[in-house]
Design a binder for this molecule. Structure first.
Ligand SMILES: *Cc1c(COP(=O)(O)O)cnc(C)c1O
Length: 421
């Protein structure tokens, strides 16, 4: 459930009509419902009740300061994957002890920034990273708390581009080598082992891969404890899927996911961290766009809209499905017809949907792409010199621009013509 519903024939975000935002901000724009964001966070928080836990929102899914602050005020920590994300999280007031640093390619300067600023833990993904972190910690006369991300060799049964837990994926350390690598970590100065980390992929629509991975983690925790390591924390990653398509089944509920965690690792008495991104923001955001033209093709009709692949790249990149709905509620019994919904960018890949059934549309009509809150605005670019798409947040009957659309002047003035020209 989310808070994007028709009311009096007009699609609303909570109590604000989207047409009202479109008039104020112009299209295209992203809009987030703060009630939906908090609801999704709370569903997971409730699912983990009774276990010592921290939800570290994977902020790469949507990293606007307003979103971070909203979730941070509700008690969330953050999973960051770059120095930039760390800086964003701190700027939004997230305490250092609630931030975990993940990623396969942490640079020296990123690690240094994070060490100086404070961190809950580094999720270390390789031996060279571990050695560098150790050196740096010694230089800074600090102790770096670490988990080691293990790759459990589990098929997440999700899209190949977002599967991360199979042995051929670049992430983590093979579970078969875990004991050896923990022993190495224990012998390096400046590091303190605090637990184990795992993240097997994104948009998981079944519990089974989580079950397999968490069983392996639980066994490993016992082995590592027997080896003398202090395993007090388990970071179980993110990846819980969301429904993108109507009438196409539901991914596991957060309650069932929480129950699974309790069943598989509850007996270890560890502090539990999870790193959900998509689950929190995916269905809490829409991309709103206006129809520019309805164009007759030879055997189809094109709906050419003012949003494009640079604003929402998921269909072009992953073949992802987004529900597309008109902002004016279709009349009961309205006729639907197939449209190819496309953007103005000069690439055939700039296609959001083919043959999508919609009521008859006209130039000037507004549409919304659902489930666009995660991996939407954060992946946007200015390809074709299209200004970076703005973001809006709704709270009850109020809305605010949380990132403004840059002017063409702003965009052009970022370039510098060298003196010699
Ligand atoms: C991307 C990522 C996540 C979040 O994945 P979602 O599918 O959005 O929940 C969590 N942890 C790590 C390490 C990631 O890279």
């Amino acid at each position: 459930m989310d808070y994007f519903l028709y009311n009096d024939g007009a699609l609303h975000a909570e109590d604000v009509a989207l047409s009202q935002i479109a008039t104020a901000v112009g299209t295209p724009f992203y809009v987030y419902s703060s009630a939906s964001l908090l609801r999704h966070f709370k569903l997971l928080d409730d699912a983990l009740q009774g276990m010592d836990h921290l939800i570290c929102y994977a902020m790469k899914a949507a990293s606007n300061q307003a979103i971070l602050k909203l979730l941070g005020d509700a008690g969330a920590g953050m999973d960051v994957v770059s120095g930039g994300e760390y800086a964003r999280a701190r700027a939004a007031g997230i305490p250092a002890e609630r931030i975990v640093f993940s990623g396969v390619g942490k640079t020296r300067s990123e690690m240094e920034m994070v060490m100086r600023g404070g961190i809950r833990q580094f999720n270390v993904e390789s031996e060279p990273e571990m050695r560098l972190l150790s050196q740096l910690a010694v230089e800074l006369e600090q102790i770096a708390p670490i988990t080691i991300r293990i790759n459990p060799d589990v098929d997440a049964k999700t899209h190949a581009k977002i599967s991360t837990g199979k042995k051929e994926d670049k992430f983590g350390i093979p579970i078969s080598r875990a004991r050896e690598v923990y022993a190495l970590a224990a012998g390096l100065p400046g590091l303190k082992i605090v637990g184990i980390d795992v993240h097997i992929g994104s948009q998981l629509t079944e519990l089974e891969p989580f079950a397999l991975a968490y069983e392996k983690v639980a066994k490993l925790a016992e082995i590592l404890r027997a080896d003398g390591h202090e395993i007090m924390r388990l970071d179980l990653g993110g990846g819980l899927g969301i429904p993108y398509e109507k009438n196409n089944g539901y991914p596991p509920s957060p309650a069932d996911y929480g129950a699974l965690i309790r069943e598989k690792v509850g007996h270890l008495g560890c502090e539990i961290e999870i790193e959900p991104g998509r689950f929190i923001t995916g269905n809490a955001g829409l991309l709103v766009s206006e129809v520019i033209y309805v164009k007759e093709g030879e055997d189809r009709e094109f709906l050419i809209v003012d949003g494009a692949m640079n604003d929402l790249i998921r269909p072009a990149m992953y073949g992802a499905h987004h529900e597309i709905v008109p902002i004016v509620e279709p009349a009961a019994g309205a006729d639907y017809q197939p449209y190819d919904v496309v953007g103005p960018v000069c690439e055939s890949g700039d296609t959001f949907a083919k043959g999508r059934a919609l009521p008859e549309m006209q130039a000037g009509d507004l549409i919304a792409f659902r489930s666009a809150g995660a991996y939407g605005a954060v992946m946007a670019s200015e390809y074709n010199s299209r200004p970076l798409v703005p973001e809006v947040m709704v709270h009850g009957d109020q809305f605010a621009v949380i990132r403004a659309r840059p002017s063409l002047e702003d965009i052009i003035n970022r370039d510098i013509i060298p003196e010699w020209q």
